[in-house]
Design a protein around this ligand. Structure first.
Ligand code: ADP
Ligand code: ADP
Length: 226
């Protein structure tokens, strides 16, 4: 049984743009998969279809064997992390992280326990009551990750999450992502246009071009044009 399965998934936007066609993919539980390709090749569209933010035009998406193609995003076992973090600048770190749980109508004590645990995990406890606009880029990225993980998703979807960070921070967060994969055993789908990032982080790379999958392989076996 695969954790995530895309069967001939396609997306045509209302204006006629064919963003993705016949996308086939099977992902094992705990695997780290990167979608790699130039801007406009359909990476974000595919990620948003998995999250449910974008309706699919063709095919089916299965998570843990269940067809979730038409399940609303809040009822899918996925979390998405955006490049610009999408934090609420005037809310505290704690409120930002708890936001993911608020939509789930969880009781207060359990919510607090989960938020405290994740604050600790990301070394954010001392900043818990600070507003998000008073934190550094690296801290904001950690809050965004913490918010995505506090709901305990089956699959974490990351849309160019390192794009806004400098080289040093990028390396630090890359290491943290690898540790999270090891410790949490959840599945990662990571979108990037940076080959080094895809090769360094993932178990398998899905190379995309013009809305189609060109190859899927382990970083070592990846064919790159000379
Ligand atoms: P990225 O390169 O990170 O995928 P873009 O800057 O291409 O992001 O797109 C940002 C937003 O604009 C997305 O929400 C996307 O859906 C939307 N968008 C991109 N291209 C078009 C387009 N041709 N028409 C309408 N919306 C678009
Ligand atoms: P990537 O993430 O690889 O940069 P996208 O998935 O954002 O690629 O975009 C794939 C294609 O779909 C591009 O041609 C883009 O312009 C187009 N596109 C994205 N969003 C929209 C939209 N909302 N409406 C129309 N076209 C879009």
């Amino acid at each position: 049984l695969y954790d995530l399965e895309l069967q001939s998934v396609g997306k045509t936007y209302p204006d006629g743009t064919v963003a993705v066609s016949d996308f086939d993919l099977k992902v094992e539980k705990g695997e780290f998969v990167a979608f790699l390709g130039p801007s406009g090749c359909g990476k974000s569209t595919t990620l948003r279809m998995i999250a449910g933010f974008e309706e699919i035009t063709n095919g089916e998406i299965l998570i843990m064997g269940k067809n979730i193609s038409h399940t609303p995003p809040e009822r899918r076992p996925t979390s998405m992390i955006f490049q610009n973090y999408a934090l609420f600048p005037h809310m505290t770190v704690r409120q930002n992280i708890a936001f993911g749980l608020d939509v789930k109508k969880m009781e207060t004590a359990e919510k607090k326990r989960k938020v405290d645990r994740i604050l600790d995990m990301f070394d954010l406890t001392e900043f818990a009551d600070r507003t998000a606009d008073r934190l550094s880029g690296g801290q904001r990225q950690r809050i965004a990750l913490a918010r995505g993980l506090v709901v305990e998703p089956e699959i974490l979807l990351l849309d160019e999450p390192l794009g806004a960070l400098d080289a040093n921070l990028r390396r630090i967060i890359q290491n943290e992502l690898k540790l999270l994969q090891r410790d949490l055993g959840i599945t990662f789908v990571f979108v990037t246009h940076a080959q080094s990032e895809a090769l360094g982080l993932s178990d398998r790379v899905v190379v995309m071009s013009n809305g189609v999958v060109e190859q899927i392989s382990a970083p070592k076996e990846l064919y790159t044009r000379p």
